[in-house]
Structure formats: structure tokens, C-alpha cells
Design a binder for this molecule. Sequence first.
Ligand code: URP
Ligand code: ZN
Ligand code: ZN
Length: 472
Amino acid sequence: MAEFDLVLRDARIGTASDLFRGDIGVRNGRIAALGDGLGKGAEEIDARGRLVLPGGIDAHCHLDQPTGDGSEMADDFASGTLSALCGGTTTVIPFACQVKGRGLREAVEDYHRRADGKAVIDYAFHLIVADPSAGVLGQELPALIADGYTSFKIYMTYDELKLSDRQILDVLALARRERAMTMVHAENADMIGWLTGQLELAGKTAPKFHAVAHARIAEREATHRAISLAELVDVPVLIVHVSGREAVEHIARAQAQGLRVLAETCPQYLFLTADDLDLPGNEGARCVCSPPPRDKANQQAIWTGLANGTFSVFSSDHAPFRMNDPKGKLVCGPAAPFSRIPNGIPGVETRLALLLSEGVLKGRITLHQFVALTATNPARIYGLAGRKGSIAIGADADLVLWSTDRSVRIANARLHHNVDYTPYEGIEVTAWPDTVIAGGEILVQAGEPTGAAVKGRGRFLRCDRPVEGAPA
Ligand code: URP
Ligand code: ZN
Ligand code: ZN
């Protein structure tokens, strides 16, 4: 009789703090033992000397999120979570988005209907608070936090989502009272609106002007304001998808002063530049996202922030729209101005390989930083610690065996999302997930999904209150 359901033998096991050689014993979907010469498993994987890391947590991705402009996201919970899985991610946290004038609970119920029976991997929800009315602040949000929706995103831009400074203070005060985590999209709406108007008057409406309208100073100013508002309330805040050097500097300065300011960045700010929006015709639409990719010097500032600990989280911000689809990037027509191109790019499957290959294997960050940024910190910050994000006794057996000895050329044809392009086409990486295990089940083998990777197997996760001041 086997002692374990599954044993990974003689792996090189990496966590946010350690790298050691040993066996991993899995029972009932959880890690039951770490050791040398563990007893027999009903199933065994010879991982001799191969790198095994915790499955990734993608703490910022958009799946089947309703939009207001007639566009439709290309990935639902089935294709989006399959794509995440094949990229080595075993937990996703997308967003249940409130519509202004409507309730938050209603948004959560709708989002559950979209996820039910579809997710291949486990998932939790962040909330997007677009309308912090008295009812939302007084009843709905506290009740949702108690129910396991313990983090929410607020916007400083986009007319249909943005909050005033006063509303932001109300939301931050509630986050402090309820010990929830507030994520902020920090861009100055009026600067962007004014620049957009000026560009449109000058006939400058091609996709490349999106990067001009979303100037770095608009990100810098809003980042500083968000930090100041959180400082006033004395509550942690997390600035999402940071793209520019000046925003990084403000965050680092606040951290040096002892403020609990956390920050997230994404692959597009390391591997793309504004030149990727400057393609013939409307092709640049494929890289329109907000904030936009910047330039090489700003990429370097982001790498430095990853290496020196300014950033705690590395997410994809996967926001999938197809190019050849009347409800995709060109929903407002092939000649529509940049201001009417849906914002967001795909990346849920390529996030980990890009950072492991170009970050760790090229010596820019350590393996431990990689694990912390992509799994352990998001688990702590968003209330999944102990269950997700590490290789530890009692944690879910979410594990990735990485192949790091051959070059893989990123090509959309090999990805599993439902988007008709990847912005990272042609980039050569030397890391790719070979075997992915979630809840003790082998869901990816030799880079391809197994028969066990079925939709509906993913469970909804209720999040705890974030670990105070996380990460350590
Ligand atoms: O352009 C982006 N990032 N779209 C997704 C929505 C958001 O603001 O994260
Ligand atoms: Zn955002
Ligand atoms: Zn996003």
C-alpha cells in the first residue's frame, strides 16, 4: 500500500527562502511530507535534480470581465485558466467589477455565474469598487470582506470607474477598519483626458499616441497622491501595474519612510516599449494597455525595482482582446482613435517563463525573489498564505517542474489562451513549465495539458484578511 498519492523524487526545491534537494510527498491534494527517501507513492515522478517551484499565483488578470464599450474579453474562465495553468500558474485572482449605480454583491454573484463549472485551476476574486455609495461602504463591502473577498481595486482614471480623492479616502478608511487590501490603478484622469483632447485636435489618433496621452507624469502624480491618501488614513496600499521610473521612485521613497506601500509590476513593462504601439495601420492596437509600455530606460528602472525589493508582486494584467474580432481590439472600427481601443493585453501564460528566463537565469533577480514575486507574496498579501504560494507541509500541492535547459521561442500558436496574438511573439526564453501539478493532480505533462485538466475542477477560494504589512 502506497504511503502517498504522489511522490516527486529528488527534486531541486525552491521557495522564497530556500533551495534544497529532496522528495515531496503528496496526500489528498496537499503536501504531506518533505524529506529524503520518502515512502512509496501510488504515482511517482523522477524529478532528479530538476527545479520544482510553487505554482504561480496570478494576482492580477481579467477573465470574462464585462466591458462597457461593446467589446468582449476573449478568455472566459475555461480558456483563461487553462492558459494560466500551461504557463505554470495554479491560482488566479481576477476581478468582480461593480458597475456604477449598481451593487457590489450583484457583481460578485454575476462573476460567480461566469466562473462556475469553468475554471481549470483554483481562483479567488478581487472586487472593483466603482461606486462607494453609503450602502456599499456601510453594508455590502464589509459583508463581502467577511465572506472572503478581502481585496479590492480602485481606479483614479477611466470615467466609468474612477473615484474622487474623497471617495478614495472613504474606501481606504474602510480597508483600514476591515483589514482589507486596497489596490490602486494610479493615473491622473484629467491629465490623460486633456492630452487625449489635444492629440485628437491635432489629428494624432493612431495607437502610438496612446502612449503619449498616458504620460509618465500622469502615473507619477497619481502614484504620489494615492500614497498620500493612504498615509493620511494610515493604511497599507498596493499600487498595481507600475510602469515608469518616477512612480517607482515615489514608491521606494514612501517605503524608506516606513509607509506600508506595496507595488506590482507586469511583463509588459520589462519586455515591451512604446515603439510596439508604433506599427503600421492599426496593428499597434495589440499593445495598447494602461499604463502603456515605456522605453528601455524605464524597463531598467522596473528591473531595478524588482531586484531591490520595491516590488512585491509580479502579475500578468492579462486583459484579452482579439485583433480579428468585431468585439475585440477594433470594436470601434479599424480607424477608431486610440482612445476607443479597449485597454489591455494578454500574458497569463507567458508571465512566469519570461521572468524566470530573463530575470533569474540572466542573473537580474534571484530564484527566491522570483518565487516571492510570483507566488509567496501574492499569497500573503491577498490572504491565501498557508494554502497557496509555497512548498510547505499542509499547503496545496501546487507545483511546477521547470525545464531550464532548452530554448523555447514564444509563439502564439503554442499558447492556450483564446487571443489571436501574443505581444511576446518571437522572444526566446530558456525556461518553460514542463510538468504542472495542482491540488496533487498532474495537469500538464511535457508542456501540454493532460486529460485531468478539465474545466470545473478549479475551486473558488475565500481569502483570509491579508497578512498585516505583508510581505515580511
Ligand atoms: O490596460 C489595462 N491594464 N487593462 C486592464 C484593466 C486595468 O486597468 O488593469
Ligand atoms: Zn488597472
Ligand atoms: Zn488590470
